[in-house]
Design a protein around this ligand. Structure first.
Ligand SMILES: Cc1ncc(COP(=O)(O)O)c(C=O)c1O
Length: 313
């Protein structure tokens, strides 16, 4: 999907014009992938617009940077304020928000510590990410997820997405909407940019953090909603074949939101339609983010922007 530009980008504490947000080809990040980033959505509600779980995303950005010894001179509060500022300055909501911190122009060589840390926050309109309105047809990838103690999965680092690119390209070239990767031990891990949930006999299963997944904020939100709906949630290592015999399956992610899976490796999941537990969680999630149900967990940070879209159920 082509990038839709906005007027301003936040850079190290200031708003700059979109076209001025440029880096040198010798920036460390270009050569060694030394970036950490976030993906956040701002939704429209009848009363205005609100950013979903902004503080949690900013905490994860700070955590990712800490893992990579990348000092970020901003607090969660300062970064959250910066997100609100850039959205309000651009007047674009609903939108997707992309904060990114990386090692800039400094020294050549793998060690990043002498290259300056640059922080940018960009927002732009972005719609549906996983194709398939009737549910996504996905495959198990031939690529495994990151092995423990190689690339840290809990850091949302740009370099991790080379692995994600392999998974996603292979899936799309073979006619699937997305790929599900196994971890190095052959257990289910996650999609190239989504956490994975399965339902069997009324129990909701998801893969634990030790199976090389990102600690998804949508994942944690869905677990909270499921528990509140009285659904048993189990986080445990899951064998690949559970994908083929589960009753329901879905992805969660900021980009993917809650996306039901119709088939895996051309094997239909249940009868292929969105099952009752996925439907309940999907509806509850969208009711909250679209402001149709009360924001009882304080997940939305309001922004002062005239919204462009009518909010539907
Ligand atoms: C690899 C990976 N797993 C899971 C997720 C879902 O995380 P979240 O719900 O925080 O967007 C993402 C998206 O950021 C991702 O890139």
């Amino acid at each position: 999907m082509p990038i839709q530009t906005t007027a301003n980008i936040w850079h190290n504490g200031q708003l700059i014009p979109w076209d001025k947000a440029q880096i040198h080809v010798m920036s460390h990040v270009v050569h060694y992938g030394s970036s950490v980033f976030e993906g956040i959505r701002c939704y429209a509600q009848p009363s205005g617009a609100g950013v979903f779980r902004l503080q949690e995303h900013m905490q994860r950005l700070i955590d990712s940077a800490k893992i990579y010894r990348m000092p970020l001179p901003y607090t969660v509060e300062q970064l959250s304020t910066a997100v609100v500022d850039v959205i309000e300055a651009n007047g674009v909501a609903p939108c997707y928000i992309r904060p990114i911190a990386f090692r800039g122009y400094g020294e050549v060589g793998v060690n990043p510590l002498k290259s300056p840390v640059e922080v940018y926050i960009v927002n732009f309109p972005w719609g549906k990410y996983v194709p398939g309105n009737e549910g996504a047809d996905v495959c198990v990838s031939s690529w495994s997820r990151l092995a423990p103690n190689t690339m840290p999965s809990l850091a949302k680092a740009g370099a991790n997405y080379m692995n994600s690119q392999l998974i996603r390209m292979e899936a799309e070239i073979n006619g699937y909407a997305e790929g599900i990767a196994l971890d190095v031990n052959g257990y289910l891990s996650e999609g190239s940019g989504e956490n994975l949930f399965l339902v069997r006999n009324g129990v909701l299963y998801t893969t634990p953090l030790a199976n090389s997944v990102l600690s998804g904020i949508t994942r944690s939100s869905v677990i909270t909603l499921a528990r509140q709906l009285g659904i048993e949630v189990v986080e445990q290592a899951l064998p690949r074949e559970l994908l083929y015999i589960c009753d329901e399956a879905f992805f969660t992610g900021t980009a993917a939101e809650v996306t039901h899976l119709r088939s895996v490796d051309r094997i239909l999941i249940g009868d292929g339609t969105m099952g009752p537990i996925t439907t309940a969680l999907h509806n509850e999630f969208f009711a909250i983010v679209n402001g149709l149900n009360p924001d009882r967990y304080n997940w939305l940070t309001p922004v002062n922007v005239k919204v462009a879209e009518t909010v539907g159920a």
